[in-house]
Design a protein around this ligand. Structure first.
Ligand code: HEM
Length: 493
């Protein structure tokens, strides 16, 4: 007789105590990964993979990142991009933008992450500051931009010395080059998970950053020391009033590092933004000849009216191609003298062209904010403390849900009412100058300077894009042109 033993089913391999724990751990881990992954895959935005998130897609599209975001944000008004240790939420809906920039402002400071990326360039300057440090600088700077100062065009910022970038032979300026290189590299940090490692070993982009910052600092500190010496000397000889406002403000002669931070932040705020806008404006006017012509008509009518108001006769100039340089220069100078703070307000079409340029080519194309505490945006998107939420002016200007079916077209007329007056848009929809408590302090000053320069340029010159010249942006905090803008210039009288 054969005895049948009911043997218990033996596992494929016997589970000892330790194996059991490992098995349980693996099951739980797979469950978490599968759930997280399926949640990520449902997310609105680029496909996300475990551990690396969307880094690969983002790196592949980095050179065209603003347009890559346009593609996603036109499908979803809010897009989440996962990165290895954080996630970025991009917003283009004015309702969400108002929440972040105003309604719940205190929850969305620049934050520690932004600060750690930008510290080497911006230091403690206003762009990189939160809390009391920001409030103090904002208060000081806002006196500078009071409208009484703008009236006499005295909004001069930066070095207070001529750095020669406009010399006729367009010299390479080593400060400007190093400054741009530094800006490009700190921007790259936002999507480069290895930047800290590179910095530690002084290799690659971080090594170049180190060199660039050294050059920027050497130049800036030398200017600061020179200006301080001039002030001290002027005080000693009792001639301080000759140095004007700049001398008075440096009365306390603050420490060199703080002055360095203020200067560099204002070079970005005041120079790079307006310079880049002038380039995009010129590009738009050239590639939309009807706009260029309409603008010239407005400027000619303005010139005639202002001359009548002032009771002066316009300097006669023969015509295009005329080689009477003296008469031409005199006419340009006369036109410039007819421009004033108040009269610039009459140039509604010019104002609309500048604004339309900024809608499509905002000088600050994306602007990230830190997240202090978990929050829910008005559209229901959850954002987590420690992450970042970015409003995207470049995308916002191109969204049909914000501007209608012709959102992508350059059409200054959209800014003009039937009665011919300028039509404003909500700053939470037209976000080129940010909005809320940190709205750009230099907005009026920027319009004033740009309109003065453009009125003269567009009244007296025609621009033609050099054939084959590539016009593209490059990735940095400012939407500057990767290859500059090469144009052929001719007189238009
Ligand atoms: C086309 C011209 C300009 C544009 C599009 C522009 C845009 C902006 C934007 C988007 C911000 C917010 C940046 C951030 O959150 O970090 C900003 C801030 C600022 N802008 Fe402008 N800006 C322009 C010109 C100027 C000029 C000419 C000045 C003055 C020299 C200036 C001074 C400032 C300052 C001081 C801030 C910091 C405000 C704060 O954080 O409280 N801007 N600007």
């Amino acid at each position: 007789m054969v005895e049948a033993h009911a043997t218990p089913a033996t596992p494929f391999f016997p589970l000892t105590g330790l194996h059991k724990y490992i098995a349980i751990f693996l099951v739980v881990l797979s469950w978490i990964l599968v759930h997280k992954w399926s949640r990520l895959r449902k997310q609105k935005g680029p496909r996300s993979w475990p551990v690396v998130g969307a880094t690969m897609e983002q790196l592949r599209n980095y050179h065209r990142m603003h347009d890559w975001l346009v593609e996603y944000l036109s499908k979803h008004r809010t897009v989440t991009v996962d990165m290895p240790f954080t996630s970025y939420t991009y917003i283009a809906d004015p309702v969400n933008v108002e929440h972040v920039l105003k309604t719940n402002f205190t929850n969305y400071p620049k934050g520690d992450v932004y600060r750690s990326y930008m510290d080497v360039l911006l230091g403690d300057g206003i762009f990189n500051a939160d809390g009391e440090l920001w409030r103090k600088q904002r208060k000081t700077a806002s006196f500078e931009f009071a409208s009484k100062n703008l009236r006499d065009f005295s909004a001069i910022v930066g070095f207070g010395v001529e750095i020669g970038t406009l010399s006729p032979d367009l010299p390479e300026n080593s400060f400007a080059q190093a400054f741009d290189a530094a800006n490009i590299i700190v921007t790259l940090r936002f999507i480069d998970p290895l930047w800290r490692l590179k910095r530690f070993f002084h290799v690659g982009s971080e090594a170049l950053l180190e060199q660039s910052i050294k050059l920027v600092d050497e130049f800036t500190y030398s200017v600061i020391r020179r200006r301080k010496a001039e002030i001290v000397e002027a005080r000693a000889s009792g001639k301080q009033e000759k140095l004007g406002e700049a001398g008075e403000e440096s009365g306390g002669l603050g420490d060199d590092k703080s002055l360095r931070d203020v200067v560099l932040n204002f070079v970005i705020a005041g120079r790079d933004t307006t310079a880049t806008t002038l380039s995009w404006f010129t590009y738009m006017a050239m590639t939309h000849p009807d706009v260029g012509e309409k603008l010239r008509r407005e400027l000619c009518a303005f010139e005639a009216e202002r001359a009548r108001e002032e009771g002066v006769a316009l300097v006669p100039v023969a015509g295009a191609g005329d080689d009477d340089d003296v008469a031409f220069a005199a006419r340009v100078a006369q036109f410039a003298s007819l421009l004033s703070y108040d009269s610039l307000g009459k140039l509604v079409y010019l104002h609309a062209c500048v604004t339309e340029t900024l809608r499509l080519y905002p000088a600050v194309p994306q602007d990230p904010k830190g997240i202090l505490e978990d929050d829910v945006l008005p559209d229901g998107t959850k954002v987590r403390a420690g992450g970042m939420v970015t409003y995207v002016p470049y995308s916002m200007g191109r969204m049909e849900y914000n501007w209608g079916p012709d959102a992508a077209s350059f059409r200054p007329e959209r800014w003009i009412n039937d009665d011919g007056a300028f039509r404003n848009a909500s700053p939470f929809k037209f976000t080129a100058f940010q909005a809320g408590p940190r709205i750009c302090l230099g907005k009026d000053s920027a319009y004033l300077q740009m309109k003065m320069a453009l009125a003269i340029l567009c009244r007296f010159y025609r621009f033609q894009l050099l054939e084959g010249h590539p016009v593209q942006y490059r990735m940095m905090t400012i939407l500057s042109m990767a290859h500059g803008l090469k144009v052929r210039v001719s007189r238009a009288v």
